[in-house]
Design a protein around this ligand. Structure first.
Ligand code: FPP
Length: 222
């Protein structure tokens, strides 16, 4: 969800106002994804690298995440959305973690759409953690090195049980992954619209799905 800061700057506003406007796009895209029959929607909302932003912006984002939980949960329950949070979460305050636990618990019965919020996430950190876990099992004799397979590595990532992404959309014209789902994105299709995230509409989301549907996925075969 890139381009919130630029959206705000273009309007002479503070960066956090772009994030607030970005919540409107989140609402639109969640609705459009559910309508289109998408089963898993993953939103990259805060990377581990984002802790390096000025304290005011980080604080504003934390406040926004908490207020979103409070304001959006009833609507998400109504829509049948099940929210899961992935990421390290060791650096969040008790308040933020409590809110995130709350949204997971209260939406746990959702059957229409799985909404994965990616927060305090670094794909390299995730892979490092998985390697460390598996190495520890080998060291204690619970696992043979030859038993380490692609599926075992997948099972040791935050995304265990979540299918690999079919389509990755990054708004605002930036064409890079920025430490997002590096392992899981091996065969994903990519779509990089110029639109800044706060301007991203249902129509643009549907267009992204159409572009995806027109792609031929060969997974390395002919
Ligand atoms: C990147 O744009 C966006 C973020 C770091 C924050 C995204 C958060 C939201 C949209 C808030 C709502 C999210 C949830 C899950 C409730 P940027 O600030 O890097 O934009 P720039 O590149 O134009 O500066």
């Amino acid at each position: 969800m890139d381009g919130n800061g630029r959206w705000a700057k273009l309007r002479g506003k503070e960066r956090y106002e772009g994030h607030i406007q970005g919540v409107e796009s989140v609402r639109r895209v969640v609705r459009a994804a559910a309508d289109a029959g998408v089963e898993y929607l993953t939103l990259y909302a805060f990377s581990t690298e984002n802790w390096g932003r000025p304290a005011e912006e980080v604080d504003a984002l934390m406040t926004l995440f908490c207020s979103c939980v409070i304001n959006e949960t009833p609507e998400l329950i109504e829509q049948g959305v099940k929210v899961s949070v992935i990421g390290s979460r060791t650096r969040f305050s008790t308040e933020v973690n409590a809110r995130l636990d709350e949204i997971e618990e209260r939406t746990a019965e959702g059957k229409v759409l799985n909404l994965i919020l990616v927060l305090d996430y670094s794909s390299r950190e995730e892979i490092t953690m998985a390697v460390r876990n598996l190495a520890a099992k080998v060291a204690e004799g619970a696992l043979a090195a030859e038993e380490i397979s692609e599926s075992l590595i997948s099972e040791n990532l935050y995304t265990t049980g979540i299918p690999d992404p079919d389509l990755i959309i990054r708004t605002s014209g930036e064409c890079r992954l920025s430490n997002f789902l590096l392992w899981q994105a091996s065969y994903a299709e990519f779509y990089f619209p110029q639109t800044l995230w706060p301007d991203f509409t249902e129509e643009e989301f549907r267009k992204a799905l159409e572009v995806y549907a027109s792609r031929e996925r060969r997974y390395g075969t002919l």
